[in-house]
Write a protein that binds this ligand. Structure first.
Ligand SMILES: Nc1ncnc2c1ncn2[C@@H]1O[C@H](COP(=O)(O)OP(=O)(O)OP(=O)(O)O)[C@@H](O)[C@H]1O
Length: 644
């Protein structure tokens, strides 16, 4: 079933490309086209790409082979906590983390030695030993300089690892988002998703790398200081370490609370971002309903929720640091050391300089202990912030994006067989399509008509495989669209919608978007323009791939009559030699269609040619028929003669 062409067919592919350009020339104005053609002909990279495309097509490949393949990263689904998942994310960065740790280890003896040299210098001063004073001060300066130099490497290597982690998290998350089915995007706000992609990923990676740095540094330093302390006086050292079990118990409760709250904070932030995104992307509507104060209140409410949760988190953290770091570690431990140490000095069991070095090391011990606690808090927060990211990373789409089949020859026959469909987000409501069957022969035009909400666009959605039908078959050339390869299907089938979405970038890049399936980042003219211009660009973008089936949502409402005529002219041109399904608004399109499908409440009420449907009697129950629909339209246009 795969595409297979001989060498000579490369030329044919060139012809297709040239024909596509020529078609585009009928659609877009001269200057614009000239530039698109120049771009195709002159730009070396593009020419090569064009050539590659023909070679790929001839060998049964696809343009998609140029891009990284989008496949789900199947992982063994073991139940793991967010904390475990978080730590696992850091595994590929092991080398960088190891380099950071190495810098830490090399630095350690130098920074650990500093209090020792201080206490030794003071001891030598008391003993009035000037040589010892000089050598201890020199040692102190050397150790301090090396310590400072190595600090750069610690900061840089851990910071670098952090950036790598953010990058990989964002790319993996974005990849998985691109693979999700349309119903996922129906149910999620883009603001919320981008919040996950930006702030959640950054927060997770930030916390995680600094956790590594501070945890490792703190553990090593605490170990070193404790070793030194036990070596100098086991009794004082035992007193200094007695605090550890108490802190461990407090931490257990604190971490449980912090993890839950961090999750709530990120959710509240995503909610606020969702509101902002929704409002900012619909500013015209907000403006025309003068709803700015209402939207501001909505945003204020969402931000307030985030604020309250954050303040609560700050207050609990403050209490924790006050209780554990300041009161227990600083006040209780230091005063106990002073009292007990003084007793030992009075009894002649301890040197005063040893007590001094103990007090200095205790300051460091306290600092690193609070770093350890900080890291621990951040790790918990990070796992909380990551909960939603991991949920998204692990989400499997409800429908398989792509089959494997690429047909060798496409005729363009479109068939729907007993198709019923409910949008996943509104399963409790009547189906959008209910047992719909029809067939459009290759090269024919099918006009889909019916009142708003009848299900016309839904037919297009199913043909494009945005959703899968609840029952029945949606086929192109008798093969279900779900079985067809995603990239191939969308080259055979092109949609021109009512409100074309253009990407920022030049006109050429927007047209070529349909060709290369990617944006050329050459900046230039803005993609925004008049509706007519946008429509013509969208048509060019659709036909530049030379699709066999065109799905047209005739846009009349947004265009004035002059622009409408121009767009219509462009459409006439591209409809030739193609199967066309058109959501028809114009009588001229409807009347010349090979088949007209009248839809109402998700069902096909009538089907036939214009003449056949006009010849049918009006339904006795006053239900919807093609004639009543035309009569209604004619009345609306105050043109009672439109029918005749
Ligand atoms: N993404 C969606 N999620 C949930 N329901 C949807 C979605 N899109 C459409 N619907 C619903 O499905 C039904 C059919 O909608 P559809 O857009 O296919 O109608 P239509 O005939 O094209 O209408 P219009 O001419 O107004 O565009 C409607 O009730 C609509 O509200």
């Amino acid at each position: 079933m795969h595409v297979h062409c001989e060498e000579g067919e490369v030329a044919e592919s060139w012809l297709v490309a040239a024909a596509a350009c020529l078609t585009a020339s009928c659609v877009i104005d001269g200057g614009m086209l000239l530039r698109a053609l120049q771009l195709l002909r002159k730009d070396e990279a593009l020419s090569r790409l064009l050539h590659d495309v023909s070679v790929h097509t001839s060998s049964g490949g696809s343009m998609y082979e140029e891009l990284p393949s989008l496949t789900l990263q199947e992982q063994e689904e073991k139940p793991r906590s967010n904390l475990q998942k978080l730590v696992e994310r850091a595994r590929p960065e092991f080398m960088w983390l190891a380099a950071g740790c190495l810098a830490l280890f090399i630095r350690l003896p130098f920074s650990l030695a500093l209090p020792h040299f201080v206490s030794e210098t003071i001891g030598a001063l008391i003993d009035k030993d000037s040589d010892a004073v000089r050598s201890n001060i020199t040692s102190f300066i050397i150790a301090a300089v090396i310590d400072s130099l190595l600090d750069f490497w610690c900061v840089f290597l851990f910071g670098y690892t952090q950036q790598r982690l953010v990058r990989s998290l964002r790319i993996d998350l974005f990849r998985n988002l691109l693979l999700q089915d349309t119903s996922f995007f129906d149910a999620s706000s883009s603001g919320e998703i981008s919040s996950r992609l930006t702030s959640d990923c950054a927060e997770m990676a930030n916390d995680l790398t600094w956790v590594f740095r501070f945890t490792i540094e703190a553990l090593v330093r605490i170990g070193g200081i404790a070793g030194y302390m036990f070596f100098r006086s086991w009794r004082l050292a035992s007193l200094a370490c007695s605090i550890i079990p108490i802190v461990a118990v407090v931490n257990r409760f604190y971490s449980a609370w912090m993890s839950k709250n961090a999750q709530m904070v990120q959710e509240a932030l995503a909610e606020a971002n969702g509101v902002a995104q929704e409002v900012l992307s619909s500013m015209r509507t907000v403006f025309s309903f003068a709803n700015e104060p209402r939207e501001l209140r909505r945003y204020e409410k969402a931000v307030q929720k985030h604020f309250v949760l954050n303040v609560r988190q700050t207050a609990i953290s403050g209490l924790y640091y006050m209780g554990v770091c300041t009161f227990l570690m600083s006040c209780c431990v230091q005063s106990s050391l002073l009292i007990y140490g003084s007793l030992l000095v009075f009894n002649g069991e301890l040197e005063a300089t040893t007590l001094l070095s103990f007090m200095l090391y205790q300051g460091q011990l306290q600092e690193y202990f609070s770093n350890l606690l900080n890291s621990f808090t951040n790790l918990i927060k990070s796992a909380g912030a990551g909960a939603k990211v991991f949920e998204l990373l692990g989400r499997r789409p409800r429908i398989k994006r792509s089959g494997l089949i690429k047909l060798t020859e496409v005729r363009g026959k479109v068939t729907l067989e007993h198709v019923s469909f409910c949008y996943p987000s509104r399963e409790s409501l009547p189906p959008a399509l209910d047992d719909v069957s029809f067939q459009v022969s290759p090269g024919n035009i099918a006009a889909i008509v019916g009142p708003s909400g009848a299900g016309k666009s839904t037919i297009f959605h199913l043909l494009e495989h945005l959703y899968e039908p609840s029952s029945g078959r949606v086929c192109l050339d008798d093969v279900e669209v779900s079985e067809l390869e995603h990239g191939w299907l969308h080259r055979m089938l092109a949609l021109v919608g009512q409100e074309p979405v253009l990407f920022s970038g030049s006109i050429e890049s927007n047209i070529l978007y349909g060709y290369y399936h990617r944006l050329l980042e050459d900046g230039g003219e803005s993609g925004e323009g008049l509706q007519e211009k946008k429509q013509r660009i969208a048509i060019a973008r659709a036909v530049i791939q030379d699709p066999k089936v065109l799905l047209l949502d005739e846009a009349t409402s947004a265009l004035d009559s002059e622009s409408e005529a121009l767009v219509q002219e462009a459409l006439e041109h591209v409809m030739e030699r193609r199967t066309v399904l058109v959501i028809a608004h114009r009588l001229s399109t409807v009347s010349r269609a090979d088949v007209i499908l009248l839809l109402n409440k998700g069902r096909i009420v009538e089907q036939g040619t214009h003449q056949e449907l006009l010849a049918r009697p009006l339904p006795p129950d006053g239900g919807l028929s093609y004639r009543t629909l035309l009569n209604r339209q004619a009345k609306a246009l105050s043109d009672p003669d439109a029918l005749e």
